[in-house]
Design a protein around this ligand. Structure first.
Ligand code: C5P
Length: 229
């Protein structure tokens, strides 16, 4: 991944062939690719190597007992992915196990946390026994992630300022929920343009459908880059 180009394209497609076609077309114009559950379950870990593991953010959101996450994290780091993630709600011991295992296998693999899913609102948090506003929970869990040694978190554009304030300038912020000014919002609710998200302090912009579902994905990626200046 080249941080001079902050765009990570979410390859939310069901087949290896489609993912590789998109990756090969877009590679010169983007910073890397996000491989999530759909593609990983259909194409397997080999897809990371085929794309080029150093260009991959593996978005599998590990959440299990520390010993199990330690093993999964070691395997992700051995694959050589640039970034992978765990759920902060798995707790501090689990996060520390993930970081330790990743560092042992591959010091250049970064481990980030998912704080509160953006699909959860205050009512759903209450149902889970969390009696705080989502923004407060995000802040608290981001601080926990930093204290456990994680390199950063996934956060929505609206959460960037608070997490930066809480966790400092070197904490990696990977931000989905991005829509170019002229794009449809799909099911994303709290959105911002790529330019505004970067200005707010994100390190990586995760962009899926505005590029992958565009009639011409290559042109869509070029347009995003051009708008970033
Ligand atoms: O297509 P779109 O740009 O909405 O894709 C955003 C990607 O980021 C998807 O893969 C989605 O699962 C992921 N994501 C998200 N919101 C989060 C965490 C991940 O949209 N809070």
């Amino acid at each position: 991944m080249k941080n001079d180009n902050p765009v990570l394209v979410a390859l939310d497609v069901p087949s290896r062939e489609e993912a590789l076609r998109l990756a090969n077309t877009l590679r010169p114009h983007v910073g890397g690719f996000k491989v999530g559950l759909e593609l990983f379950c259909s194409a397997g870990p080999a897809i990371a190597e085929e794309i080029g593991a150093g260009d991959v953010f593996l978005d599998l959101k590990f959440h299990d007992i520390p010993n199990t996450v330690r093993g999964a994290s070691a395997a992700a780091a051995r694959l050589g992915v640039k970034i992978f993630n765990v759920h902060c709600l798995g707790g501090s011991d689990m996060m520390r196990a993930a970081v330790e295992a990743a560092r042992e296998q591959n010091p250049s693999t970064q481990v980030i946390g998912v704080t509160i899913l953006t699909s959860h609102d205050a009512a759903q948090l209450r149902e889970l026994g969390l009696h705080e506003e989502p923004a407060a929970a995000v802040r608290r869990l981001a601080r926990m992630a930093r204290e456990a040694g994680l390199d950063g978190v996934v956060c929505s554009p609206q959460e960037i300022a608070a997490v930066r304030e809480e966790c400092g300038p070197d904490f990696l912020l990977v931000t989905p929920g991005i829509r170019p000014a002229n794009a449809t919002t799909n099911d994303q609710k709290r959105i911002l343009t790529p330019q505004k998200t970067l200005t707010a302090g994100a390190d990586w912009l995760v962009i899926g459908r505005p590029i992958t579902a565009a009639p011409n994905p290559l042109q869509a990626a070029r347009d995003v880059l051009q708008n970033l200046g």
